[in-house]
Design a protein around this ligand. Structure first.
Ligand code: CAA
Length: 384
């Protein structure tokens, strides 16, 4: 069943589309070169209510539904994928986790600042030896009086340098498997937390990706998120929402690449006529449109399930898996349709192609999504 968007959802989409194309798009290519973090754009998104989209108004948020959120995130991704990934982790994982698992005091202290983008949030689960298998993480949190002391290294942390707050998972009981993992809210600048060097990435170059190193980093016990041992569950539910966010980013970048490619075929002449007149390219355009629309519907249906309060874990993985692979097909075709011009930085499809590459990797690889989906269908325990 296709989703009928409400007037309010369409209004939000139009508002963020206008803002993103007017303000974010013009500087995206330059940011890709300089790697400058898009702090001004994010602050403006915060002022417009897009950095606490699903947070209720009592905590300074917009109280929007997930459908409105994915529509908005797609529009930001259309303009600049680096900006979109920061918005996605901040909204989907950080704000949502504190909203659902935080104490009232944590919501007042942290969520209110996140929702207005006074601070940006990051999420630190991955470690050098624990990517797809986060249960085997080694970061430890040892109770000491009213504090926990954290030691360990987190890797590939999106916004790890520019975030004001990081949700960090660590082992509080090494003898228990996932039930020995807890989550903590860690403020940037806490003694014992060091930010590593910026990774030099293929794409999403304006979003920072860093190691976070914890050495005897003392965190007040009141900053534990959820109960002791609940950290893995918090991470997994956060990633369910996060994966819908990656679907939205994928749809946004795919549409940007598609629009650029279609426009190019209407301007470029070869063999004495516009290349849009060649059936070979017309059929590619039709296939691209079909692929993007399928992905958009999967994104919307996962968001709708979340809004209805249903279990949407499998649908989020399906949406993430399909759209992240779809955007890699679309951006590759868009480059091909541009010929030699697709390979140079003067045309945006070169950046879209690089930005899209990580979508099948982060927030759970395509292979992990297939594990999640097949586990849900077969309802048994698989070995990875
Ligand atoms: N929601 C709630 N609980 C969940 C859950 C979910 N979606 N998935 C699993 N759980 C619970 C299970 O119910 C189980 O709990 P109980 O025993 O109490 O019932 C517990 O978690 C363990 O489940 P599994 O035994 O299935 O766990 P596993 O070790 O086999 O791993 C996995 C499952 C799906 C492979 C998981 O490890 C996974 O998702 N791996 C990928 C990690 C990932 O996505 N990393 C991304 C890093 S963050 C990032 O990329 C952000 C960014 O910067 C952009």
């Amino acid at each position: 069943m296709s989703i009928q968007l409400t007037d309010e959802q369409l209004m939000i989409q139009t508002m963020v589309r206008d803002f993103a194309r007017e303000v974010i798009t013009p500087t995206a290519a330059e940011r890709d070169k300089t790697r400058e973090f898009p702090i001004e754009n994010l602050k403006q998104l915060g002022e417009l209510g897009f950095m606490g989209m699903m947070v209720p108004p009592e905590y300074n948020g917009s109280g929007a539904d997930t459908i409105s959120y994915v529509l908005a995130l797609s529009e930001v991704a259309y303009a600049c994928a680096s900006t979109a990934v920061v918005m996605s982790v901040h909204n989907s994982i950080v704000c949502e986790s504190i909203l659902h698992y935080g104490t009232e005091a944590q919501k007042k202290k942290y969520l209110k600042k996140l929702a207005t983008c006074e601070i940006i949030g990051a999420f630190a689960l991955t470690e050098p030896q624990a990517g797809s298998d986060p249960v085997r993480q080694r970061t430890k949190a040892v109770r000491d009086g009213d504090d926990y002391i954290l030691n360990g290294t987190k890797r590939f942390i999106t916004t790890g340098k520019n975030a004001g707050l990081i949700i960090v998972t660590a082992k509080t009981d090494e003898t228990a498997r996932h039930k020995g993992i807890s989550a903590f809210i860690v403020n940037q600048g806490t003694a014992g937390l060091t930010v590593g060097n910026l990774e030099d990435k293929m794409g999403l170059r304006a979003s920072d990706t860093v190691d976070l190193i914890f050495e005897d980093c003392r965190i007040p016990a009141e900053d534990m998120l959820g109960a002791e041992g609940e950290g893995f569950r918090i991470a997994m539910t956060g990633l369910d929402g996060g994966r819908i966010g990656i679907a939205a980013q994928s749809v946004g970048v795919a549409r940007a690449a598609f629009d650029a490619a279609v426009q190019y075929t209407k301007e470029r002449e070869q063999f004495g006529r516009l290349i849009s007149k060649f059936q070979g390219l017309r059929w590619i355009i039709a296939d691209m449109a079909m692929d993007i629309e399928a992905g958009r519907q999967l994104m919307l249906s996962a968001a709708a399930m979340k809004d209805r309060g249903e279990n949407y874990t499998m649908q989020a993985s399906i949406a993430k898996l399909f759209t992240s692979e779809m955007v890699n097909r679309i951006t590759a075709k868009a480059v091909q349709m541009h010929g030699g011009y697709g390979f140079i930085k003067e045309y945006p499809v070169e950046r879209f192609y690089r930005d899209a590459r990580v979508f099948t990797i982060y927030e759970g690889t395509s292979e992990i999504q297939r594990i999640v989906i097949s586990n849900h269908i077969l309802k048994d325990k698989r070995s990875p």
